[in-house]
Design a protein around this ligand. Structure first.
Ligand SMILES: [Ca+2]
Ligand SMILES: [Ca+2]
Length: 542
């Protein structure tokens, strides 16, 4: 009996989040043959065409934890191929797939670790993940569906198992400075002073030190060496030639440890070379640092916005009850800042990635705050990134065991997928909701993500326009206007749990006559300039 009451309470709490005070209608979508909700409330206007640029919603796939095609428990490339209909079925208006327009694969090259951020051979797909033919098939399939695919390129360091490293060791054993690999890695003699802040490790069996700031298993390449630069350029060109659309650059600020000037100059050269071959190459760099440091890299490339991410970032803060007007002002400053510095960089908002605790741990599905966070950052300009599983509320935090594996746990498909958690996971409070469950529940987090991505596609001004934050009175209703290609939209969010009525005449001189989209827990009406918007709800006006 007690258990039954608990279940009842849980159901009431869960449904309660979906019920706005506006009225008691639960949003109901028609169901497909498989019983999946078909998102049918996003309007693609007459003459709508998908815009082929890099302002796309990207989806980060931690490859080993996503989908397993051969029963060994490890996610692989064929698993991703098998899940393409889930990611993007090629029909922007089908209302059935997540609709992401780009995927970022975490490293796929041969590597001894489960995460593969230490590469043994840049020209081999790790056998756990598949073959070069699988990659080609995935690239081709992505392109058939209008999806861009970017690879995680880890070039700051390699694995100690890389043949370059064994050649480096041999060259020193033979005392042969003429060997091309003699200076491939940054090395010191045993009695040399170690530069401040940097870490060096001893080469086994040799009186020789190599730079290893991340781990002794990850020797750092010497980018003053022409051969290293050329070798790493060749890697990128090889995969561009196969058809990949770009790269996510790991540890970008560590090329020259502690020297952002030289590291940023390196990327300007490197990406400049890639642009000669592929002018629209999409690159995004991991520069996990404050805005001033990130700015140094923006002339060359998009950089992830770490400032806005995680539990303390402004996306989660706003979703959890913070000031929406502060959020839109922040985005305006952020977007204008990038525009002033760079022609090559896009705004790149996200909540979490494979190095961070899962957002569902602090933004819970039951409270509806995960949905609000998604609305805030996906209805923003540029190329937002969502981390696989975020859309179904996967949980996972580093915890006492201090292991990143907890942040990279198996996707919950609910259909017999054999993918398992990576080795070393200790997290035990995983969500019980699967893709299969959530696809069937009209008001689910998954369907909210599907709807948001459709809305973003159907209203291309949101991603590309000139962003102007609107200054509403109070803190819980906020929004912006965005003008692009002759069209102007307004996006307005209400992050409270109840209805709000606002007169838009007080915040903008632009007049909007169409409620182009409503997404969230409640409903909305537009009468003249007066917008009534339900709790935890966002709208797009045209
Ligand atoms: Ca497998
Ligand atoms: Ca380095």
């Amino acid at each position: 009996m007690k258990r039954f009451l608990c279940m009842l309470l849980a159901m009431v709490l869960f449904c309660g989040a979906a019920l706005a005070e506006f009225d008691l209608d639960i949003k109901l979508y028609p169901l497909s043959e498989n019983g999946e909700a078909i998102i049918n409330d996003v309007t693609f206007r007459e003459g709508w065409q998908q815009v082929d640029d890099n302002n796309r919603v990207f989806y980060e796939i931690f490859v080993g934890a996503f989908s397993d095609s051969n029963g060994d428990g490890i996610g692989d490339l064929r698993g991703i191929i098998n899940r393409m209909d889930y990611l993007n079925d090629g029909d922007p208006a089908s209302g059935l797939s997540l609709g992401v327009e780009g995927i970022w694969l975490t490293p796929i090259f041969k590597s001894p670790s489960y995460h593969k951020y230490d590469v043994e051979d840049y020209y081999q797909i790790d056998p756990q993940f598949g073959t070069m033919e699988d990659l080609q098939e995935l690239i081709d399939l992505c392109h058939q569906r209008g999806v861009k695919i970017i690879l995680d390129l880890v070039i700051n360091h390699t694995s100690t198992r890389n043949k370059w490293f064994s050649n480096f060791r041999s060259a020193h054993l033979m005392q042969n400075p003429n060997n091309i690999h003699y200076d491939f890695y940054t090395w010191l003699n045993m009695d040399d002073a170690i530069p401040a802040g940097r870490a060096f490790a001893k080469v086994t069996g040799r009186e020789l030190l190599y730079e290893a700031n991340f781990s002794e298993a990850m020797p750092e390449l010497n980018f003053d060496h022409e051969g290293v630069r050329q070798a790493m350029l060749d890697v990128a060109l090889y995969y561009l030639n196969m058809g990949v659309d770009g790269f996510r650059f790991d540890a970008a600020k560590y090329i020259y440890y502690g020297d952002n000037e030289r590291s940023a100059d390196f990327w300007e050269w490197y990406i400049g070379e890639l642009r000669k071959v592929k002018p629209d190459v999409y690159t995004v760099a991991e520069v996990w640092d404050g805005d001033a440091v990130v700015d140094r890299y923006l002339p060359a490339t998009s950089c992830f916005n770490f400032t806005a991410s995680q539990v303390a970032g402004i996306i989660a803060e706003t979703a959890g009850g913070g000031d929406v007007n502060r959020f839109t002002k922040y985005v305006e400053t952020y977007v204008n800042g990038i525009d002033a510095i760079s022609e090559n960089a896009l705004p790149t908002l996200f909540i979490s990635n494979h190095d961070m605790d899962r957002a569902a741990g602090y933004l819970t599905m039951a409270s509806g705050r995960m949905k609000v966070a998604a609305s805030l950052y996906l209805l923003s300009p540029g190329s937002p990134f969502l981390y696989y599983g975020e859309e179904i509320g996967i949980r996972g935090s580093r915890g006492g065991a201090n292991t990143d594996a907890n942040r990279r746990m198996a996707m919950l498909w609910g259909d017999g997928d054999t993918v398992k958690n990576p080795v070393g996971t200790t997290y035990t409070k995983q969500s019980t909701y699967t893709v299969k469950d959530l696809a069937r529940m009209s008001d689910s987090l998954l369907n909210h993500y599907k709807q948001l991505i459709m809305i973003r596609k159907a209203n291309p001004e949101i991603a590309r326009g000139e962003y102007k934050a609107l200054a509403f009175a109070g803190t819980k209703v906020g929004g912006f206007t965005s003008t692009w290609n002759g069209g102007t939209v307004a996006v307005i969010h209400n992050t409270t749990d109840g209805d709000k009525k606002v007169d838009l005449a007080g915040v903008t001189e632009i007049s909007f006559d169409t409620l182009a989209a409503v997404v969230g827990a409640g409903q909305a009406t537009l009468e003249g300039t007066v917008l009534t918007i339900g709790g935890q709800t966002s709208v797009v006006l045209r």
